[in-house]
Design a binder for this molecule. Structure first.
Ligand code: NAD
Ligand code: MLT
Length: 524
């Protein structure tokens, strides 16, 4: 496996990856360089600088996982990755404390003019009167977004004896109560706060959330801190509000365009800026790098990643039960895809027995993966199974029943096409994958990655011998034979495991044997 690290991450993560894969570190690649390089790699690790666009994802033909060593995934086209079945992981908690501490540092710097005083004194001027500050005690801190970082800011601000209010419609009142934070509407927060701090993700609904209209509601003594994402605040409007003394000051760690070497926010002394340092601590970088490195290895090993942003979470307990069935599910899908005729329009997946008690998303993805593997360029997996099925207009219905005749668990795929219904079912026995049903016939074959000839015929003397003569004359070795019949001398299905593939010419010879109706060669 090859891993490309495109932004600087801690050695702690690199060491973990090196034990498992070839790791190339290529920092500061231009978009076109990344596009021409990424095709060689199974994993891409970035922080916020590298833009992982749809073009990069398209060029990453071997990519299995994109890892973001940090929280924000706004530099990654997650939708494009999801469509291609690429797992996107991040490290949502590794830098939370560092970001919260940086927020508090900026808030106190704003309250006490520390950067400005430092600069003036170092220029040789002793000027105390210009830097009259304000206490934060008893002041109101308005927190926009009470998630990981917002909550840690609240805990620290509580220690500074501040009054806490927050705007976050997506958290529970109970969570806010535990933090001793009062949840309020956005307008109220803007009007009442002495300090306003943003801890929101950058999404379509939060982009430009704080613009001129919102800043007009803020007290002239208020100070604003943005340690989340640049695009959340209209930078021009903020600079103007501070310049016109409608807002007392601002501290900004993040910019709408990064790296930012010039900005309207650099022009005013009452605006403090830092170059995206929220997560820049040894501790945060080590934790974030370790978190993503471990997840990259998990994905390489087919295990669910702890912080995948585009694949459902599967508990270790569920996985330990379902893991052997993932292979069966894939085999069932693969078999059906080789047997069907006509236009595919619906698939029903049935889970019987013990497996029906678990979340079966992985099994569904594996069935669809097997089904579409041969007929699509796309890699279908847990990440994109639903999307791919929907794109193809394939109606997928799942059914669970706790009862199961003859087996502890059974997984059945029933595909409806314009030509009719084709069914295959499989189970796990002694840890191995077994196909036990094709249409109405029950038997037991073990997929080996080899060839099988499936032939519907009439059960009568001489049919099997005639088939054996054709394969024998063609020097094709039969390693196993299974026959299942509905009744003696009735409809039957023969499955021959072949050591060599059957040529079309021999298949046609078999089809010309009287009472043989079908002859399908499948690879399983
Ligand atoms: P989080 O997902 O834990 O919290 C975000 C909160 O915002 C959630 O509680 C969510 O309910 C809320 N939210 C989402 N949309 C909202 C909306 N439209 N209105 C109101 N609330 C909304 O994320 P986090 O880990 O706390 O990170 C917060 C932000 O800080 C992210 O943008 C992250 O990228 C950024 N961050 C920056 C640094 C840095 O170096 N400056 C470090 C860490 C995190
Ligand atoms: C994050 O989203 O985690 C931060 O912005 C820090 C970083 O970019 O690494």
């Amino acid at each position: 496996m090859k891993v490309l690290i495109a932004d600087r991450i801690s050695e702690k993560g690199i060491d973990i990856l090196r034990n498992y894969a070839q790791v190339d570190i290529k920092l500061g690649l231009k978009p076109e360089e990344l596009i021409s390089t990424i095709g060689d790699y199974e994993a891409l690790v970035v922080r916020s600088q590298t833009k992982v666009s749809a073009e990069v994802i398209e060029a990453g033909k071997r990519l299995q996982v994109i890892a973001r060593a940090g929280v924000g995934i706004d530099n990654i086209d997650v939708e494009a990755a999801t469509r291609r079945g690429i797992v996107v992981v991040n490290a949502p908690t590794g830098n939370t404390i560092s970001a919260a501490e940086h927020t508090i540092a900026l808030m106190l710097s704003l309250a006490r003019h520390i950067p400005q005083a430092n600069a003036v004194l170092k220029s040789g001027v002793w000027r105390r009167s210009d830097f009259m500050g304000t206490e934060v005690r008893d002041k109101t801190l308005g927190i926009l977004g009470l998630g990981n970082v917002g909550s840690e800011v609240a805990r620290r601000a509580r220690g500074l004896q501040m009054k806490l209010i927050a705007y976050d419609p997506f958290i529970s009142i109970d969570h806010a109560r535990k933090l001793q934070v009062e949840l309020v509407p956005l307008k109220q927060l803007l009007k009442e706060s002495d300090f306003i701090t943003l801890h929101l993700p950058l999404t379509d609904s939060t982009k430009g959330l704080i613009g001129a209209k919102e800043l007009a509601l803020v007290k002239p003594t208020a100070r604003i801190i943005n340690c989340a994402r640049g695009g959340l605040i209209d930078e021009e409007a903020l600079a103007k509000a501070v310049k016109e003394k409608r807002v007392a000051g601002a501290a900004v760690d993040v910019f709408s365009t990064e790296p930012a070497t010039e900005s309207v926010l650099f022009e005013d002394d009452n605006i403090i800026v830092t170059p995206h340092l929220g997560a820049s601590t040894t501790e945060a970088q080590a934790t974030a790098a370790r978190d993503v490195a471990e997840q990259v290895i998990d994905v390489f090993n087919g295990r669910p990643a702890r912080y995948s942003v585009n694949a459902p979470f599967i508990s270790v307990e569920t996985l330990s039960v379902l893991a052997p069935f993932i292979k069966v599910a894939g085999n069932v899908g693969k078999l059906v895809s080789q047997l069907i005729e006509g236009q595919m329009n619906a698939i029903q997946i049935k889970y019987n027995g013990e497996i029906s008690n678990y979340d079966t998303d992985t099994l569904k993805a594996a069935v669809l993966g097997g089904l579409l593997e041969e007929i699509s360029e796309e890699r279908v997996n847990l990440v994109n199974a639903n999307i791919v099925a929907a794109q193809r207009g394939l109606n997928v219905v799942e059914q669970k029943e706790s009862t199961c005749e003859n087996y502890a668990s059974l997984i059945t795929a029933e595909v409806t096409t314009s030509a009719g219904v084709t069914t295959a079912a499989g189970t796990v026995m002694r840890g191995e994958s077994h196909i036990v049903r094709v249409n109405n016939y029950w038997f037991d074959i073990m997929p080996t990655g080899g060839y099988f000839l499936l032939s519907d015929h009439l059960d009568r003397p001489g049919v099997l011998g005639a088939v054996g003569k054709i394969t024998g004359d063609a020097d094709i070795n039969i390693s196993a034979m299974h026959v299942s019949r509905l009744k003696p001398r009735g409809q039957a299905l023969m499955i021959l495991a072949l050591d060599e593939p059957l040529l079309e010419e021999q298949r046609q010879q078999i089809l010309s044997i009287p009472d043989i109706y079908t002859a399908k060669l499948v690879k399983l």
